[in-house]
Design a protein around this ligand. Structure first.
Ligand code: NAD
Length: 482
């Protein structure tokens, strides 16, 4: 049953059954484009969490002992269902997160491809046979690590959970995943695809709840063997510390503050168009979103004029309306942050070239905003905006640009524009980032790893490296004649 909005009731999936209601506490789910409450999310009880852990423990035994061909077939069937249901999943996503329908549907389609890629890659999770002494077989095996506790945020409501689910299940692990309480129905629609594809009960469990309570419970349980988190740096540090106390490995995909360096020899118009397109995707709520625009002083006027033009061409509106290219921010916390960062920059001397305010309508909308004359102590230059704010800063020499780019504690994405192979090589070597795009602002691709350095976390998602965290490496030496 769905509401007038077409928003489904939200449920958790634990031990092969959908759960909601009862005496569970709930929290409202708000459509960020209208500020209307469209549903309520059930918050897991301790019993729910214990049941999910018990199911994941049993589910792990089932799944790891399922022949790889059968596992792959289930995962491909789930991918086909995600593709088939992409439009439906996209609509639910737009209602609870706000991004334009086409962007939401595209995210669902892409995530099905990610799942196919990981499922196929897991078939090649080979070990090694190592030359040794006669009568001794020395091997290295790769085995699933065990039940995983995963935590994902609200900015990619289907792509985020599916990165964890697809890697873990492909590697042969089971999961208890906590999706965001702000985007739970999209996660439930994703889980339904796995259920309908024939995934055995207990292998995948979806819980929702009070984040700190759920994470403490799941990390502390002896059942959990790996903690996989995507979210903010402060929460990542907290969970990594909790995991460390019980000696559990963790995978941390945290925030950044991506610099874009536009070198003196770049095409400023092309750079501005590509950077602006990436900046305003998902209203800037992307961990790799370009967020500090360092432009050579000789190009600053041309770059800025084109960037402002692109910002003003963005059509801000309800993601369900035809023609919208940027939806609202996903929650009121982001809206408050946009106001605070803009006011702080202006108070310190910055100029707003376009945007800078909330349109006069309900919803957590904030206009695409371009700032210049931004002093180096403005908060927006050191705090990840995670929203549609673009501070443009001139530089004179490449040394200065690299110093500014690297001086923050983050190191997730970085971007560079240059026509010189030598400069491109220098940027590749010297930018402290886990993901570097040159002459474009590339998004993540399932064939290649994504992840951070420094405070942006550790571990990689995507590419063959995605399975590393979910597999243990075991050395076995076997003396044939004991
Ligand atoms: P937040 O720090 O409150 O939460 C970030 C995420 O962590 C949310 O999904 C939240 O549910 C979860 N979380 C919070 N406390 C937790 C706990 N103790 N255990 C488990 N999960 C917990 O921030 P927010 O207001 O939701 O988002 C703001 C900031 O978070 C942004 O500015 C951005 O830096 C960062 N963020 C990063 C990503 C990313 O993809 N790396 C995604 C969303 C948010």
């Amino acid at each position: 049953m769905t509401t007038d909005h077409g928003y489904p009731p939200v449920r958790m999936y634990i031990a092969g059954e959908w759960r909601q209601g009862g005496t569970r506490r709930t929290a409202p789910i708000v459509n960020p484009a209208t500020e209307e409450t469209i549903g309520e999310v059930p918050l897991a009880t301790t019993t729910d969490l214990d049941d999910a852990l018990e199911a994941a423990e049993a589910g792990f035994r089932t799944w790891r002992n399922t022949p790889i061909a059968e596992r792959t077939a289930v995962l491909h069937a789930a991918a086909d269902l995600i593709t088939e249901r992409a439009a439906r999943i996209g609509r639910v996503m737009t209602l609870e997160q706000g991004k334009p329908l086409a962007e939401a549907t595209g995210e669902a389609r892409r995530t099905a491809d990610t799942l196919r890629w990981h499922a196929d890659d897991a078939r090649r999770a080979y070990g090694r046979l190592i030359p040794s002494a006669p009568g001794t077989v020395l091997t290295v095996r790769r085995e699933p690590i065990g039940p995983v506790a995963a935590f994902v945020p609200w900015n990619f409501p289907v792509g985020g959970p599916n990165r964890k689910i697809s890697s873990a299940l492909s590697a042969g692990c089971s999961l208890v995943i906590k999706a965001s309480e702000e985007t739970p129905a999209t996660a439930a629609a994703l889980v339904q695809c796995y259920v309908d594809a024939g995934l055995p009960a207990g292998v995948l469990n979806l819980v929702l709840g009070e984040p700190a309570e759920v994470s403490a419970h799941l990390i502390g349980s002896p059942v959990t063997r790996l903690i996989a988190f995507t979210g903010s740096v402060p929460v990542g540090k907290l969970l990594a510390a909790e995991a460390g106390k019980v000696m559990k490995p963790s995978l941390m995909e945290l925030g950044g503050h991506a610099p874009v360096i536009v070198c003196a020899d770049a095409d400023p118009v092309m750079a501005a168009r590509r950077a602006a397109q990436a900046k305003f995707a998902n209203a800037g709520q992307v961990c790799t979103s370009p967020s500090r625009f360092l432009v050579h002083e000789s190009l600053i006027d041309a770059f800025t004029a084109e960037f402002v033009k692109a910002a003003e061409a963005v059509v801000v509106g309800d993601g369900l309306e035809q023609g919208t290219t940027m939806g609202p921010l996903a929650n009121d916390r982001r809206l408050a942050a946009m106001r605070r960062l803009t006011e702080d920059a202006v108070a310190k001397g910055a100029t707003i070239l376009t945007g800078g305010e909330r349109p006069d309508r309900p919803g957590y909308f904030f206009a695409p905003t371009v700032l210049t004359d931004v002093p180096s102590d403005a908060d927006v230059l050191s705090e990840e905006p995670f929203g549609p704010l673009a501070p443009i800063v001139p530089f004179t020499g490449l040394d200065d640009a690299l110093r500014i780019a690297n001086e923050l504690p983050y190191g997730l994405a970085a971007y560079g524009f240059t026509r010189s192979a030598a400069t491109a090589e220098r940027l590749s070597e010297e930018l402290e980032a886990g993901i570097l795009s040159l002459n474009h602002c590339g998004g993540s691709v399932h064939e290649a790893p994504s992840g951070g350095v420094k405070d942006s976390g550790y571990g990689r998602e995507g590419g063959p490296e995605a399975l590393d965290a979910y597999l243990i490496t075991k050395r076995v030496s076997h003396l044939l004649a004991p």
